[in-house]
Write a protein that binds this ligand. Structure first.
Ligand code: C2E
Ligand code: CA
Ligand code: CA
Length: 733
């Protein structure tokens, strides 16, 4: 800081000394020196001062003006030289800067250095130092060296000091860095001047003076051009580098923005994952994984199976047997407790890599991962069953439960978790069919069955629109008169490739898929139309009843009553002639709702029958609550009442019950004369069965009716003699 303050006083001092030297030189200048040659030199110096070559990496310009300064020194002595230096300094000074002090300092430093050099040369080599052709080379060399060295050292030192003070840098460092190079100018300049004077007479000097500048200019421009090219290339390289750097910076910026975005998304994902786990992926009652989570575990396990041949796993589908009884008898609270306790028991027998999920209701599924043989899966299922067989304690009650288990193995080449679960489910159903409380492995046969079922389901969907259904009519007969009092409408499916498919096979599928409502509706409309026709044919036919089956699934269907009413209106069928058949269990399973629906149907005038009576459970005490007009005794009783006294007793009891409740009775499946005789003994009014007629198509049924109208005998049911009846004690009179 202190040194920087010295810069200005130093510059002023140099200016002062320079002014003094200039003044001395002006005083000593001899006017006769001003001739054409001198003016030419001055002119060329001014022109040459315009051209300065920048030395790369050094703050120094090289000019050819030094050569003219030295030439003047040799030809005209110190005073003229100092004046020329002042002129040259002014030109190059103004080019370098506009600041007054800098310009005057530059002029002054040139004057000072030149003044010193000129006087040193005068001191060493006399008043006329100019060599001529006789001057020995050593003398010329000494002269050249002295001129160059003094001028160089003096000039660069004066400038370096100012520079060093201004920039607060050490003098030596400043000098070597910025002014070392410029020694070339001084040496070359002095050498050119020395040689020109040594060899040239006056004419020679002129020639040289006139030829040197163009050559120098040429060199100057070429060199300058070269430097500019270098600069341009460097600038381009620099620009490219800068562009690359900026690009990299932008890239880094983008990358960090992207990373931040990812980070944010990850955090959100984690949060929502956590949110969904307690919520979307778990069952709220037991805390077990739900179907969605199990599916994703299964999907991962399937992926592992695809990657490695050694790996296989099993899915167990577990359904509790008679869980409904627990709910019905102990209440839903106890049912829930049992479901939780079962979840804990299953967890208790699992290995860490296994997963148990609750699929809903009383259904659970277990993923047994990494098994080595089939027996691992069945062994586990048996252990599980044994574990569940131990009693549960629910609110002071000891409760026993069993489970049916279906197993599907990943070795069957699955790629969808849903298919695995479906097959395990199918195997579970098989276990139920085979008597519950057991375990079944899904096999090829089941697979084929499942595929066939699926096919059947698809075909069923199209059967209605393709008109593959037909209604058959089975007569219902008054046993005493053997007259047809009505018909039961029974659906028939003529499958385009499989032929006749019995209703026992497809009605359960239709019930599961919800198609049954449509089928029943169609059958009802068709039968109402047909029986209505028969009604109109003859007054004999007028009391004919039509019995139509109503699937248990439909009973709770909201628009059932409306649909039936519509069909009756559409076909102009007398509601009092319609009997709707509902199975006992359909009514009992959902007693409250069923009672309400049945009451509304009764309001339409429609009569109601309980179908397959005797096969359901706990029905008798409820029966009077329902507005039922007819009981149809299931054919399993009728079929064996002749051999089985117990069955006969049941039929008798049902008869008594019906008469107490004021209901009609229809005996189903009457096949033999003997059964007919027994039923007559029991005072059973109506019957239906192969003994009279199998279900027949509309045409055949119409033919039967025509015979009846004509008063002809319909059935050959009379047999003579040897009826062996059950013990007389069992008869009622
Ligand atoms: P279901 O309502 O008990 O119908 C009586 C069944 O017993 C009929 O079988 C009939 O052919 C058969 N049957 C009648 N007399 C005898 C006999 O003397 N001996 C024997 N062995 N069988 C006799 P089908 O037509 O095969 O129908 C079977 C079941 O399919 C029906 O039992 C009913 O539950 C259901 N079903 C039939 N048609 C329909 C329908 O249109 N809608 C609904 N929802 N179910 C229907
Ligand atoms: Ca029926
Ligand atoms: Ca029946």
């Amino acid at each position: 800081m202190v040194r920087q303050n010295l810069a200005k006083p130093y510059q002023l001092a140099v200016v002062f000394v320079g002014a003094a030297a200039l003044a001395l030189s002006v005083i000593g200048f001899r006017v006769e020196h001003i001739g054409a040659r001198f003016l030419l030199i001055v002119f060329l110096t001014i022109v040459a001062s315009r051209f300065a070559v920048q030395i790369p990496r050094a703050a120094t310009n090289i000019t050819v003006t030094d050569a003219f300064i030295f030439l003047t020194l040799l030809l005209y002595g110190p005073e003229a030289t100092v004046l020329l230096a002042a002129v040259e300094g002014t030109c190059s000074g103004l080019r370098a800067s506009r600041r007054k002090l800098t310009v005057t300092f530059n002029i002054a430093s040139a004057i000072c250095a030149t003044f010193l050099t000129a006087h040193v040369v005068r001191l060493g080599f006399g008043d006329s130092p100019a060599p001529d052709t006789s001057t020995p080379f050593s003398h010329v060399l000494a002269l050249v060296c002295a001129m160059a060295l003094v001028q160089y050292v003096a000039h660069t030192t004066i400038i370096s000091v100012a520079h060093a003070l201004k920039t607060d840098q050490p003098l030596w460092q400043t000098w070597t860095r910025h002014y070392l190079w410029s020694s070339i100018t001084y040496v070359v300049g002095a050498l050119v001047a020395g040689l020109v004077v040594r060899f040239g007479d006056t004419v020679g000097i002129y020639t040289l003076l006139l030829t040197v500048p163009p050559v120098v200019s040429l060199i100057y421009f070429t060199y300058n051009k070269y430097l500019e090219d270098i600069k341009l290339t460097a600038a381009q390289a620099e620009a490219a580098e800068r562009e690359r750097a900026e690009q990299a910076e932008r890239h880094v910026e983008e990358l960090s923005r992207y990373v931040a975005e990812l980070e944010r998304a990850r955090a959100e994902l984690q949060a929502s994952k956590e949110h969904f786990q307690h919520a979307a992926f778990h069952d709220s009652l037991t805390g077990l994984p739900n179907r969605a989570l199990l599916s994703s575990h299964l999907r991962l396990a399937l992926g592992r199976v695809r990657r490695s041949d050694e790996h296989f796993f099993a899915v167990l589908f577990l359904d509790l047997d008679r869980f409904k009884n627990i709910n019905d008898s102990l209440g839903h609270g106890a049912g829930d407790q049992l479901l939780i306790a079962i979840a804990r028991r299953i967890e208790g027998v699992l290995r860490p890599m296994d997963t148990v999920a609750r699929l809903g209701g009383d259904e659970y599924a277990v993923l047994l991962d990494s098994l080595s043989e089939e027996a691992d899966a069945t062994g586990f299922a048996e252990r599980l069953q044994a574990e569940l067989m131990k009693p549960f304690s629910l609110g002071g009650h000891e409760v026993y439960i069993t489970a049916s288990i279906g197993i599907a193995l990943s070795t069957n080449g699955y790629d969808d978790p849903e298919n695995l679960l479906r097959d395990a489910d199918t195997a579970m159903y098989r276990a139920k069919e085979k008597g519950k409380a057991r375990c079944e492995l899904f096999d090829k046969l089941m697979h084929a069955r499942a595929v066939a079922l699926l096919q059947l389901e698809n075909d069923l969907r199209r059967a209605i629109e393709r008109q593959e259904f037909q209604v058959y009519y089975q007569p219902i007969v008054a046993l005493e008169t053997e007259k047809i009092v009505g018909f039961e409408a029974l659906v028939r499916w003529q499958h385009p490739t499989r032929g006749f498919v019995p209703p026992d096979e497809f009605i359960p599928i239709a019930e599961e898929t919800g198609l049954v409502a449509e089928i029943d509706q169609w059958v009802l409309r068709e039968a109402c139309r047909k029986v209505g026709e028969w009604h109109r044919l003859s007054p004999v036919n007028r009391p004919l009843t039509l019995s139509a089956n109503l699937s248990s699934r439909e009973l709770t269907h909201s628009d059932l009553v409306g649909r039936i009413k519509e069909t009756l209106a559409e076909t102009s069928f007398d509601p009092r002639c319609l009997k709707l058949e509902i199975t006992e269990s359909a009514v009992m399973d959902n007693a409250e709702a069923a009672a309400a629906v049945l009451a509304r149907l009764r309001e339409l005038g429609v009569r109601l029958s309980i179908d397959d009576f005797g096969t359901g459970y706990s029905s008798l005490s409820y029966l009077h609550r329902f507005p039922v007009t007819t009981l149809k005794i299931d054919r399993s009783f009728i079929g064996r009442m002749s051999e089985d006294t117990e069955k006969f007793e049941i039929v008798r009891t049902i008869m008594t019950l019906a008469s107490n409740l004021g209901m009609d009775v229809v005996a189903e499946g009457v096949e033999t004369h003997r059964q007919l005789a027994q039923l007559k003994l029991l005072k059973c009014e109506f019957g239906q069965g192969y003994l009279f007629s199998k279900p027949v198509d509309a045409e055949a049924a119409a033919a039967l009716l025509a015979r009846q109208v004509a008063g002809r005998k319909l059935f050959s049911t009379r047999v003579s003699g040897d009826l062996i009846l059950p013990p007389a004690s069992t008869y009622i009179n």
